[in-house]
Every structure is written in structure tokens, then in C-alpha cells.
Ligand binder design. Sequence first.
Ligand SMILES: [Fe+2]
Ligand SMILES: [Fe+2]
Length: 286
Amino acid sequence: MRVGSPQHRDLFCRTFIETHRVFEPADLPWPQLEARHIDLLRAFPFWAFALSMEQEADRMIAAFARTIEDPLIREAVELQGAEEARHGRLLKTLFEQYGIAVAPLPPSTKPVGRDDFLDFGFSECTDSVIGFGGFALARQKQIFPPELLDIFEHVLYEEARHIVFFINWWRYEEAVAGRNNPLVRLANALKHSVRAVMHTAQGAQGAAVAPAALDLTGGGSQAILEGVSAKMFLEFALAENQRMMQRIDPRLLRPRIVPTLATAALLGLRMLPPREPVPSKELVAT
Ligand SMILES: [Fe+2]
Ligand SMILES: [Fe+2]
């Protein structure tokens, strides 16, 4: 199948649409949690920013979808926007279920263009791999009951579908426009990725959550990251990324920049002499 062909477009759009799961967050089997679990959830430093990101994604994607002429691509992008809106509702349901007080941030009214969708797509490629690593560690360390992690496993699978859809959409658009130089493509991908990371950092500062969000040493974050070296985190993130990608049609392209950089960083770390005498034997990436 040629990237940029109508068959490619049909495959990445239909795969995305057909793997959409219909549910409402309020209907999910939210488990009863012990007080220590609720305390850990309350202590996560980034809830307000996470909620604001999901709500802004919904607004931005809905606006971008209205500019798309191809009806099949538009349908798939609208569906992604609906899933982001549902992520926002899922977070609100979590807050209600467990009594987590989160002050909402003011919604954005910024005009939306195609570049916003590109920045967002590349930022999801970065954020998802970090999220996969944190999630895999939380499961391995049994920090939360499996019933709660099962709910978030589905959210992460949706993010895996989003980044695969996004990369295929981007490569399709580049091919249709005749932009086939891989070096130019890589430079563009890096440009959007760097801009996306800067945007996230600025957004976190604007949300006045930067010290906690970027520090990530409080509560649940600390419980997940305690005793975890950078090498171990990368091993978990890459293993979970691979597991998520294996659930998606193998004919589709996958995001490659972040996994490649993470693999290179891991190889570099493995070549360093060990700094700590005994790493935890309980943590083994599968
Ligand atoms: Fe999301
Ligand atoms: Fe997403």
C-alpha cells in the first residue's frame, strides 16, 4: 500500500473509526478506593492542567475538523475531538467519584489553524510515551487497584490510536502535496515537536502549576517514580509503547521519533557505569 494513496487514507481513517468504543465515563465500573489511594490521587500535581489540555484539544480539533474537505478524514478527526472531550468528562467523573477538588482553568479563545493540529499531534506523540511509562510503572508497583488502572488503560489505548491516526494523516497529506523529502519531513516533525513541548511548558506555567507539574515529586507521581532510574523509566515506556502499538493494525505507520530518541538514550544510559549499587529486582519491564 502506497502512503498517500486513497487505500492508505481509507485504512487509517476506517481503522480509527471502527476501533472507537462507545461508552460514557459515568457508566464505567469506578472501584471503591481506600483512603490511601484517594490521598495519592489528590496529591497528583497536574489535574487542572490535564483537564484544561483535554478541553482545549476538544475545542481545537472540532474547529480544525470544520476546515477539512475530505468527508472521511473529517469524520475521523471529529471522532478524535469527541474522544478528547470524553477524556475531559472522564477526568471530571474521577474528581467527583473521589472528591478531588480541581479549580478549572479559563478556556482558550485563541483562533485555530492547521499548525495547531500539527503541534498537538506531535505533542501527543511525546506525551503518550511518557504516559505509557508512568502507567506501566503504576501497574507494576500496584500503586492503585487494577480496576482503576483498567479504566486508564483504555484512555491510553485511545491516545495510542490518536498518535497512529495522526502520523498516518500527516504522512498522507505530505505525500499528496508532493513533499516527499525525508530530511525535510524530519526537520518539520522536530520543529512541531519542539514547539509543542515549549507550548506545554508555557501552558503549565500559565496555569500556575509549573513548580509541581514539572517537578513531579508530589503524591502519586512520587509513588510511581520513587526508586525508578531514568533507564528503568525508559525501559518501561518503550515496552508499553510496543505493547500498545501491537494492538493497532500492523499495516499503518507508527510514530518513530520519540521511540528512536528514547531507545538511543537508553543505549547511552546502559553504557554508563551503574551509579546505584542494587536496582530494585521487583521492577522488570515486560
Ligand atoms: Fe486525550
Ligand atoms: Fe489524544
